[in-house]
Design a protein around this ligand. Structure first.
Ligand SMILES: Cc1cc2nc3c(=O)[nH]c(=O)nc-3n(C[C@H](O)[C@H](O)[C@H](O)COP(=O)(O)O)c2cc1C
Length: 172
């Protein structure tokens, strides 16, 4: 039977949260994914992670990310999904970085055939909403069926039950 995969990128460390820089021991998307997984226990979870880590320092990290965006970098990932064919639905979470998903999300999307698969994007942010991410995802995987997605304020990640319900509804 076809299954659901929850794939996400999230970065621990200093981040911009609620109008200032704060150290996050757990990333906002990690918190959101735990909530989704609790409601879809039979879904598999895959963390998109880069071989080369970004700085824990927020100010350094935003420059690293800006440089990668300029270069259209495709950073190498630490792991691959075993047998992507078994999934018909992918819930895809990421933070908004300079208005777009981190470049690692594009490495992920370009590594598999998503033809005909349904992708439900959700994006944590501090004011930009989904930014330009829906358009960029559609360009990256034109043969996938991409839903409207859900934007979640990162500082409200622990209390985003309504947004999580919307993600689950789009996955059905
Ligand atoms: C490199 C970088 C760039 C960011 N750019 C934006 C942005 O353009 N718009 C925005 O609203 N938030 C931006 N943020 C804030 C993050 O999107 C936000 O804190 C998010 O919830 C972090 O999720 P995570 O903890 O799962 O990584 C940026 C954060 C970083 C580290």
């Amino acid at each position: 039977m076809a299954k659901t995969l929850i794939a996400f990128y999230s970065r621990r460390g200093e981040n911009w949260v609620g109008g200032g820089v704060r150290f996050l021991p757990k990333g906002n998307n990690e918190i959101i994914v735990e909530k989704i997984k609790a409601l879809i226990p039979d879904a598999d979870v895959f963390q998109i992670d880069t071989v080369k880590k970004y700085s824990d320092d927020y100010m350094v990290c935003i420059e690293e990310a800006k440089q990668e965006l300029r270069e259209k970098a495709r950073p190498a990932l630490t792991a691959k999904v075993e047998n992507m064919d078994q999934y018909d639905t992918i819930i895809l979470g990421y933070p908004c970085w300079w208005g777009l998903p981190p470049m690692a999300v594009f490495t992920f999307l370009e590594s598999y055939d998503f033809s005909g698969k349904k992708i439900i994007p959700f994006c944590s942010h501090e004011g930009s909403g989904m930014g330009g991410s829906l358009r960029a995802l559609k360009q990256a995987v034109p043969d996938a069926v991409i839903t409207g997605g859900v934007a979640i304020q990162g500082s409200a990640a622990a209390h985003c039950d309504r947004e999580v319900a919307s993600i689950i509804a789009q996955a059905k």
